[in-house]
Design a protein around this ligand. Structure first.
Ligand code: NAD
Length: 408
């Protein structure tokens, strides 16, 4: 199939929740007409009103002219069901994060859409190949992972399935450029580049709460390094309950020690900013995170109940563990070919995760430290804390040659 057949003039978005709303605006702002489907008509109506409000707000702020707002809004139409969107060039799916649901939808869309249409999922972590396998066009299935809020965040992870064709990736990259995104191609693995690296980083932060630190201290150390927000402030923004509910839905255990603080907060209805309290408390209508001694008491209670002997954890240790967890996972992502280059990983962290720009991203930061030094520091952590710190093979290899990730 020729590359030009993947030109995207008309798109559809399925799902009118948090992500669907931002994605629809990204497309409309880039001049693409969008048909919008949700199986909950009320949700769709609210979403259309929310998009109109956002454009009206942009006009009041002087960011766009009224005429431009009108043109953008006119590009967005609601569609009653998937049959109505059968002529589009691309569908971006943003329904609930559930593999069976997404597979069912992709199977249905595959049967309806013209043969050259592309099918993309905005999944945060699910297996793109498993979704593609539900269709007869796996070469035209890919992930388009937007970040929340999608119309504002610059990063777009373009997820390449095992069978996604190069021409399809080209079309996705071209669309990313039209939408003004920083696009990074990622291989298919759980969490892709960004969320896969986030996992061990957050795990360290959570472990340190049990060992002796408090949320505010962990966040202060990372914000002191230059992160836009520390991990616990970030969870308050994202919603602490999302992972809690996902574990519940997937029938995963809720017993791991490091999630016990999250679980207690969720049981108390402290879901983050949206509920007025989470790791921090928020005055009504404010997004200012205020220290909450009740959370410190809760952290203390949970860690003592689990039998931890708390100790003082200083900012150096917080930085060391969180940053090296990021770098080591980044190195594994690189050696597995999930990311094309260390620079791509840095782009993901700079544009999607608030990594300090002046440090150049986690991999550039590691290079600035010297990989021989990073290797030694990981070995020291491995000796003290165990196997999870075993340095990625690539770090040892590059260190031995006196090279950095940028030379790989
Ligand atoms: P959401 O719960 O806000 O919205 C989901 C929408 O999908 C709802 O409006 C629902 O009515 C609709 N829906 C469900 N089943 C449907 C079906 N069969 N047909 C049509 N519509 C259907 O969810 P969200 O936060 O927007 O997340 C959507 C996807 O984006 C998920 O896969 C999620 O993992 C991913 N994602 C979320 C974020 C985030 O920060 N929220 C970030 C990146 C990616």
């Amino acid at each position: 199939m020729s590359q030009t057949s993947f030109e995207i003039r008309q798109a559809a978005v399925v799902g009118a929740g948090t992500m669907g709303r931002g994605i629809v605006m990204c497309l409309a702002n880039a001049g693409v007409t969008v048909q919008w489907v949700d199986n909950n008509p009320q949700m769709l109506e609210q979403a259309l009103a929310a998009v109109a409000d956002t454009y009206a707000h942009n006009v009041r702020q002087g960011r766009i002219e009224q005429a431009e707002a009108d043109v953008r809004l006119a590009r967005i139409t609601s569609a009653a069901d998937c049959i109505a969107i059968r002529n589009v060039d691309l569908v971006i799916e943003a329904v609930y994060e559930n593999l069976e649901l997404k597979q069912k939808l992709f199977r249905e869309l595959d049967g309806l859409l013209k043969p050259e249409a592309l099918l993309a999922s905005n999944t945060s972590a699910l297996d793109i190949d498993a979704i593609a396998a539900a269709t007869r066009r796996p070469a035209q299935v890919l992930g388009l992972h937007f970040f929340s809020p999608a119309h504002i965040m610059k990063l777009l992870e373009i997820v390449r399935g095992a069978q996604t064709s190069p021409a399809v990736l080209e079309a996705a990259l071209a669309l990313g450029t039209r939408m003004g995104k920083v696009s990074v191609v990622s291989g298919n693995c759980h969490g892709f580049i960004g969320n896969r690296m986030l996992h061990p980083y957050v795990l360290e932060a959570r472990k340190m709460l049990l060992e002796g630190a408090y949320p505010q201290q962990v966040d202060a150390a990372l914000q002191g390094f230059g992160f836009a927000m520390g991990p616990f402030r970030m969870y308050d923004v994202v919603g602490i309950d999302l992972e809690w509910r996902a574990r519940e839905l997937a029938g995963k255990g809720q017993d791991a020690p490091e999630i016990q603080v999250d679980n207690r907060l969720c049981e108390l209805g402290r879901f983050g900013q949206k509920s007025g309290s989470g790791y921090y408390r928020y005055e009504p209508g404010s997004r200012q995170a205020e220290h909450d001694p009740e959370v410190d008491a809760l952290v203390l209670e949970v860690s003592e109940r689990l039998g931890f002997h708390r100790r003082v954890i200083g900012p150096e240790e917080i930085l060391e563990r969180c940053l090296l967890a990021l770098v080591n996972e980044g190195a594994k992502i690189l050696q597995e070919g999930i990311a094309g280059s260390a620079h791509d990983i840095d782009l993901v962290y700079l544009n999607g995760y608030g990594f300090p720009a002046d440090k150049g991203g986690p991999m550039a930061w590691a290079d600035s430290q010297g990989l021989a030094d990073i290797h030694q520091r990981l070995l020291a952590l491995e000796t003290r804390q165990g196997d999870q710190w075993k340095p990625a093979r690539l770090i040892g290899e590059l260190a031995a040659q006196g090279k950095g990730f940028a030379d790989d």
